[in-house]
Design a protein around this ligand. Structure first.
Ligand SMILES: [Zn+2]
Length: 267
């Protein structure tokens, strides 16, 4: 579907040969059209790997399992809309290993690995959550990066304070400005340039921080007051997420103001 020059130029039409998307049936205000579950396999590979099996939904897990033999289940972060179905899927497939940054959810992720005929690198990108990672993948010709909820295909993501951390998130976005390649997010459409979106996200976060500083200068003190000033039109259904972001912003700005005097003292 085409609905404008800007959106067409910023979205990939079609996926690399080595990639299949399976959309989970869990659309909602926080999950957009639903969780994107990604199945990866080089055309000549005997096996495949999956990124983010998504919710515990029988039909969804069955359509992932059709792509067997799956040799690994990779997790971008531990939110339930990404990881909930992982153990069931692993069991359905006879104990396929689950690999995740958080040991609660799986075995350790390799920094680099050859999986399903593809080169896969894990990039630590904490911020949305403490355990968030991205996967940069290539078949040697067509690279792409899987960003989980660190950068979404549409709109902005939330810093899930206190597990999420705005300072870490800004650093992670800066890291992602180096990935000038197709982006496959945890929610929303595929985008053709992760680097450009990372820049846009950084600019958006800086603008929000300026708004929060201004709101604090005008007397706002609590996350609730910050939300009222900075997110006045927020949908009541996702106000809790705006409050997470406000808490993350307040935490970041308070630490920033405390850090300044310390930097003057080398001891
Ligand atoms: Zn998500």
């Amino acid at each position: 579907m085409r609905w404008g020059v800007a959106s067409v130029s910023s979205q990939v039409e079609g996926l690399p040969q080595w990639l299949t998307r399976i959309l989970a049936p869990n659309a909602g205000p926080m999950t957009l059209d639903g969780t994107n579950t990604w199945v990866l396999a080089a055309p000549d590979s005997p096996d495949a790997v999956v990124i983010d099996p998504g919710p515990e939904d029988t039909g969804h897990l069955a359509s992932i399992a059709e792509h067997r033999p799956l040799s690994a289940i990779l997790i971008t972060h531990g939110h339930h809309d990404h990881v909930e179905g992982a153990e069931t899927l692993s069991r359905m497939l006879g104990g396929v290993p689950i690999l995740a940054a958080d040991p609660k959810h799986g075995d350790p992720l390799p920094a680099r690995a050859r999986l399903a005929g593809l080169d896969v690198a894990t990039i630590r990108t904490p911020g949305h959550t403490g355990d968030s990672v991205c996967f940069s993948v290539t078949d040697g010709r067509t690279p792409g990066i899987f960003t989980g909820d660190t950068i979404l295909g549409r709109g902005t993501t939330v810093v899930a304070w206190p597990d999420g951390d705005l300072g870490a998130y800004l650093t992670s976005l800066a890291t992602l400005t180096a990935y000038k390649m197709a982006m496959f997010p945890g929610h929303g459409p595929v985008r053709d340039d992760c680097a450009e979106l990372a820049e846009t996200y950084l600019a958006h976060r800086r603008q929000r921080l300026d708004q929060v500083r201004a709101a604090m200068a005008a007397g706002a003190e609590t996350p609730e007051q910050i939300v009222d000033v900075v997110y006045p039109d927020v949908d009541p259904g996702v106000r809790f997420a705006a409050e997470w972001s406000a808490r993350a912003q307040l935490d970041f700005l308070r630490r920033e103001s405390q850090a300044a005097p310390e930097q003057l003292d080398p001891l």
